[in-house]
Write a protein that binds this ligand. Structure first.
Ligand code: ADP
Length: 606
């Protein structure tokens, strides 16, 4: 019979767990600290036990010498101390997962634990440990052993009681604790009454093994950490979106006033110099608005909140609008703007034309911004297969070009190149990042080519569905009605400046205008049977919001006036939200004159 067989196997077994645990990449948590201690001291207990059993087997048939007794008792005392340290760590682990206060004092608790180790160590070494031999088996007894078992027992009992009391608060993975502590208990009691079965080595190795695969597995911990980090990031992102939404609202409201009043002044003032200055104010406000919109767009895309809204559209109408907008942006620049559409592109397509416009307009605007003379070529080609038409859109310029090393960084957020040369060109470095994300959302591709100093070419390929139908009459001859003098509009807004701005804008369409400052007075007016042809309603009003006012209006018998949502809240999906709330259309502040005209034409002249 080889007496050190079990300790040897346990030593190997714990060493393996030790290696796996320490070599594996893991997140460093305070909680791990206790398991690390349990593992290290188990390995040490296994080692002292193995040495003690090995010595015992050598001396089994010999008489116990003083030297042997000295070495044997001290090695066992050391092992006893390690066992107490392990149970203190089990207790600390339970305290740590059960009490917030204990977690907060992590460092202080560790100092206290170290002091306890020292005191227990001194006591164990001072107390008696008698070595004796019965039937060839070397063993020990004495107050040192009694102290060890008592302390281990007390620690485990307290740990068990605390864990039972906190059962409800534990994460499911901690349920294994009950099984582990109970098992150690039962085996401990067994060893106490049958010291000849020296199996506490086995108990401890088993403890490390069970903990590793249940509550301390580094993979599970890492996964938990990742999930936690993800949740936190999502929370932060939501907070950011909310902040941006309210920021957008706050910035748009004063901007609305600036743009509105400046536009009005521009028409009234005769002095050319003053007119130019006011024009600058309008332009500056518009670029500020563009920046706000850019920041909103990128955060919407990053929060996966930007939705692609596919509808049927007329290719020519959308692309002609782009050309008109680009020509207006060219201003005084002596650039040759050349447009070339493939004749065979179907008249009607199905896709998100608003986002497509945004993509192309970003490229065209950049071409204008970064080209001082020469040309801009805007070309649209197509490849058709079944009912899909792949639009291949390219914007080529003879501008300043982009250095080779910058091409890869072109689509990253906030990247701007040649800062010294572009110092006078406005921009945030968001345009191309948004463009690329939009192209990807629409399952398309974008490529940039450039020769520094010569020019750049951006090519976008996007698939759109072909719609087979005849061209509609009305879209060919686009009539504009500028005189709406027979119609009366009610504007509802709690902000007086906003009311003034809206009134000024509507006056330019020669409309009859009435205003009111709350949903309640709007309801009163309708109940008093005042006649309106259209209502423009702000949403964010105190006490009764626009949406709530609309719901109440719809309850009035015979109410059939179109209601347009008027709001500074331009965050993603707002148009869809307002339409689903029952509004007939949506106008974002600052009110765009062309958009307003579209709404007036649609709801007053049809
Ligand atoms: P912004 O124009 O607001 O700075 P963009 O994301 O649209 O941001 O563009 C990023 C950078 O790429 C610009 O700052 C500019 O240096 C460069 N760039 C973009 N388009 C062109 C172009 N057509 N010609 C030269 N440089 C360009």
């Amino acid at each position: 019979m080889i007496e050190f067989e079990i300790p040897f196997v346990c030593l190997i077994f714990t060493s393996l767990i030790f290696l796996v645990f320490f070599l594996k990449k893991k997140v460093e948590l305070e909680e791990n600290f206790y398991y690390k201690n349990i593992l290290i001291f188990t390995l040490l207990v296994n080692t002292t036990n193995f040495i003690s059993h090995y010595l015992a087997s050598i001396y089994a048939k010999k008489n116990i010498s003083d030297t042997f007794a000295f070495v044997f008792s001290n090695i066992n005392k050391l092992g006893s101390l390690f066992i107490v340290i392990i149970t203190i760590n089990i207790l600390s682990y339970i305290l740590y997962i059960s009490y917030e206060k204990y977690r907060k004092n992590f460092k202080r608790n560790n100092i206290i634990n170290t002091i306890i180790y020292l005191i227990v160590g001194i006591l164990i070494f001072l107390l008696k440990f008698n070595v004796y031999q019965i039937g060839g088996i070397t063993s020990g007894q004495g107050s040192s052993i009694i102290l060890t078992f008592s302390l281990a027992f007390i620690n485990l009992i307290i740990a068990l009681i605390i864990s039972i009391c906190h059962f409800k608060n534990y994460d499911k993975r901690y349920y294994a604790i009950y099984f582990i502590i109970t098992l150690i208990f039962l085996l401990g009691i067994f060893v106490f009454f049958h010291p000849q079965f020296n199996i506490y080595d086995l108990i401890l190795s088993l403890l490390c093994y069970l903990m590793y695969f249940t509550i301390e597995n580094p993979d599970i911990k890492m996964l938990n950490e990742v999930t936690l980090a993800k949740e936190q990031a999502e929370k932060a992102n939501n907070a950011k979106s909310e902040f941006l939404s309210s920021m957008s609202h706050e910035i748009r409201t004063p901007l609305n006033a600036i743009v509105g009043f400046s536009e009005d002044l521009k028409e009234k003032i005769q002095d050319e110099e003053q007119k130019e200055e006011i024009n600058d104010i309008v332009m500056a406000s518009e670029s500020l608005l563009e920046i706000v919109n850019g920041i909103l767009d990128i955060s919407k895309i990053e929060a996966n909140k930007l939705e692609i809204v596919n509808t049927e559209y007329s290719f020519k109408k959308v692309f002609d609008e782009l050309v008109i907008l680009t020509k207006a942006r060219l201003g005084e620049k002596p650039l040759d703007f050349r447009v070339n559409y493939d004749e065979s592109i179907p008249k009607y397509l199905y896709g998100d034309y608003a986002r497509l416009k945004q993509i192309i307009l970003n490229l065209l605007t950049n071409a204008i911004k970064y080209t001082n003379d020469g040309y801009i070529d805007f070309t649209v080609n197509s490849v058709k297969k079944d009912n899909i038409c792949r639009l291949i859109i390219s914007v080529e310029d003879s501008g300043i070009g982009i250095k080779k090393e910058n091409i890869d960084k072109l689509f990253s957020k906030f990247e701007r190149f040649d800062k010294e040369r572009n110092i006078t060109i406005e921009g945030t470095g968001l345009g191309l990042a948004i463009t690329k994300k939009l192209v990807e959302l629409m399952n398309g591709k974008i490529v940039a080519q450039s020769v520094y100093g010569k020019g750049s070419k951006f090519t976008v390929a996007i698939d759109q569905v072909i719609v087979n139908k005849e061209e509609k009459e009305e879209e060919i001859k686009h009539v504009t009605h500028n005189d709406f003098s027979k119609y009366k509009v009610l504007v509802v807004d709690d902000n007086l400046i906003n009311l003034k701005v809206a009134t000024k804008l509507l006056e330019s369409f020669k409309l009859k205008i009435d205003t009111c400052e709350s949903g309640f007075s709007c309801l009163d007016k309708i109940k008093n049977e005042e006649k309106y042809d259209l209502i423009l309603m702000d949403d964010m009003m105190p006490k009764l919001s626009g949406v709530e006012t609309l719901k109440k209006l719809q309850e009035i018998k015979g109410f059939n006036i179109p209601v347009i949502a008027l709001t500074a809240n331009a965050i993603s999906g707002m148009k869809e939200k307002y339409l689903s709330d029952g509004f007939n259309d949506y106008l974002a502040k600052p009110i765009d004159k062309i958009e307003l005209q579209r709404v007036l034409e649609e709801f007053l002249t049809k």
